[in-house]
Write a new protein. Sequence first.
Length: 289
Amino acid sequence: MTKSSKIASNTHQPRRQPYSLIVVATALNAALYAVGAYVTSYIPSPWGVGQFRPAVVIPALFATIFGPWAGGIGAALGTLIADSAKHGGLYFGSLLAAVPGNFVGFFIFGYILRKKFNWARFVAVANVTLVVANLIVAFLYVFAFKLLYTQAVAFTQLTSDALTVLSVGLTLFWFVTMLPFVLLVAPPLIVTVASAFPSIVPGDLRTNAVKQPPKQLLALSMLIPGIIMIVVGLTTTYTAFGNYLSTKFATSYFPAAIMVMLQLLFYASGAVLTIIGLAFLVRRNNNRS
């Protein structure tokens, strides 16, 4: 093997980062995520539980650059600090639900991208891990914390169907509100870090992240979930599923006002994602012409 081929092959091998760097990155991830999550912690979901959290771009960035442990542990500590600060003490809802969900989600995020990085893989991993992480948080929060730990009356009086629907609703809310930030904000940050500090960035990332993700890829990553959200909104408005929610659970977590907010969330998020995706396609076609 020639010297040049050895260098080329080495750029595709993960570079082992010093443990001291991983520790520092984990602490920085936790601190930044805690601050970012706390800033929007008072913007709730339509059900009053769960919150708007665009700060997920922070652990997504750290998981990509520094791997699964820095991403997962930093995200878990950051969400616990933010939730505990909001509630004025150690918040067991976060400990039982948000901590494991964030750890698993961003550990998987970093683990998959550590094996091999490219932008198509990043988009796929972002979609999958946001679903998995938010599903874990939602179900643990509703069933483990609210139903079993606190035994809140508002939850103990609900049927298992209602609790499941609420958990799925929270998952959709978080996914819809997090995905655009991860796909639009995280990539420029990754490119900036990879360009400014190449010595701390693994091989595949150094090679493939120096350029912005292809506009066609970004377009599809926005268009597909955008169209899905619009279809879900139409399903909620015009099919028996929406009627099922608004009648069976009207006295609990799906009264008329919540149903309107939920439909607006689906339509608005779907429209925004679709418009952004179309804009990327138009820019790509204009550049090619």
